[in-house]
Design a binder for this molecule. Structure first.
Ligand code: FE2
Length: 423
């Protein structure tokens, strides 16, 4: 219902004294512990700018301050805001089983993770090579590597994910498929899917883009935007993928569906069929999110990767019209604003890499500090923000902002997880 006191304000126009009653994203996973607060510092405005595009301001609670809200938009127009659009038909098929606890620590799981990651990378590479040569692919072997990924993610939810966020890039399709596999399994674990469902979802991620083997390299690796003609060629890859997969013995129908439908969008604007929300299979909706997230955050041939927050904003803007709204919300809650391997600038100017995140305190992760206040390399050391670590001036550390890869010359590929863990 229309609330006369509720105003919709772009974050760039926020002022100290305004009372924020709601965000354009779930509160969970943000640095704000209370759901609704008065802005008391420029730092809070900076934090809001980092994680939101718009917020809702309560005029009544903001009444003591010397500005007018007349220039802003009352909430009666919120139905016109794209990310608030939603479809009546709920799409969610997952069950909130109790999320299993990790069996091992990240350090204990590390050797196994390296093995699983390399084995999966090899499998994707071989699969694509076989297809290029016109040979049948080995679905049984792909299932086996996906099962290893599932086991590893049940052992420790973060360790395999770390490798995807480090983003080693060579041929775009195989690395991207590897990352989408791992992100999809890890996200589905968070959603409470069974181990068997995770295996199917992982295989969907592994094989979703195999139709790209038939797209000319000149288009696949093109720098800059596609021409209309090139985009028409790219739009053929879901159909190619479906045609390959239906011929394979022992393939699950969900895997074929995802290869064919992962570029469909909820409002019918996707391709190749222009399906509407109720027609898009659930696993295709899930992979559409992990696929988009990986594409935005990774370095591609023509564009450097953007931050997790930028990717989350894009997904949130597309929630409801492009992506399944409930799944996007869950994805953002799962990942949090500073997932492992994020580069972050601290309150005192030091720069570090996020190592691990406590699920209950996502804005206070463990961070390994690598650059000092002057952005010069320093002896690496780990600080745990959840334990109110202090900087050398005795002030409590907190994260000022997240930074894209390559900021201050930091390239995540240069860092090995075990080196960082031993800091
Ligand atoms: Fe694709």
């Amino acid at each position: 219902m229309f609330d006369r006191n509720r105003y919709y304000v772009p974050v760039k126009q926020l002022k100290i004294g305004m009372f924020v009653s709601d965000l354009d994203r779930p509160w969970l996973g943000t640095p704000f512990l209370v759901q609704g607060f008065e802005i008391t510092s420029e730092e809070e405005i900076q934090q809001l700018t980092e994680i939101c595009q718009y917020v809702y301001i309560d005029k009544k609670k903001s009444g003591l301050f010397d500005y007018s809200l007349d220039e802003y938009v009352p909430d009666e127009t919120s139905s016109k805001i794209p990310f608030k659009r939603s479809y009546e038909q709920s799409s969610i098929k997952y069950h909130r089983y109790q999320i299993p606890l990790d069996k091992y620590s990240i350090v204990e799981e590390l050797d196994n993770v390296k093995f699983v990651y390399e084995k999966t990378r090899r499998n994707i590479h071989q699969t694509l090579e076989k297809l290029k040569l016109g040979n049948e692919i080995d679905v049984r072997q792909s299932k086996e590597v996906v099962n290893d990924c599932v086991d590893s993610i049940f052992n420790n939810k973060d360790s395999l994910l770390w490798f995807t966020l480090i983003k080693k890039r060579d041929p775009y399709t195989s690395e991207h498929s590897l990352n989408v596999t791992i992100l999809s399994i890890a996200f589905a674990r968070y959603l409470g899917h069974s181990a068997q469902e995770l295996q199917t979802i992982g295989l969907c991620g592994l094989l979703h883009d195999i139709g790209k083997v038939d797209i000319p390299l000149s288009v696949l690796t093109k720098e800059g935007r596609f021409t209309d003609e090139e985009f028409e060629i790219m739009k053929l890859h879901p159909g190619y993928g479906r045609d390959y997969l239906v011929k394979q013995p022992n393939i699950d129908y969900e895997v074929v569906n995802v290869a064919y439908s992962h570029h469909e969008r909820m409002d019918g604007s996707g391709y190749p069929q222009g399906l509407l929300a109720p027609e898009i299979p659930y696993y295709a909706r899930l992979v559409a999110i992990t696929d988009t997230y990986d594409a935005i955050t990774n370095d591609r041939c023509y564009q450097r990767g953007r931050t997790t927050l930028q990717a989350q904003k894009i997904l949130y803007e597309g929630a409801g019209n492009h992506y399944d709204e409930e799944l996007v919300k869950s994805f953002i809650q799962w990942l949090g604003i500073y997932p492992p391997a994020s580069i972050v600038e601290m309150s005192n100017g030091e720069v570090g890499i996020v190592l691990s995140v406590n699920p209950d305190w996502k804005s206070r992760p463990r961070v390994v500090l690598i650059l000092d206040e002057n952005k010069e390399p320093q002896t690496q050391r780990i600080v745990d923000l959840h334990k109110n670590a202090l900087d050398e001036h005795g002030n409590t550390y907190h994260i000022k902002m997240s930074l894209p890869n390559h900021s201050f010359g930091i390239n995540l590929i240069d860092f090995e997880l075990n080196e960082l863990l031993n800091a």
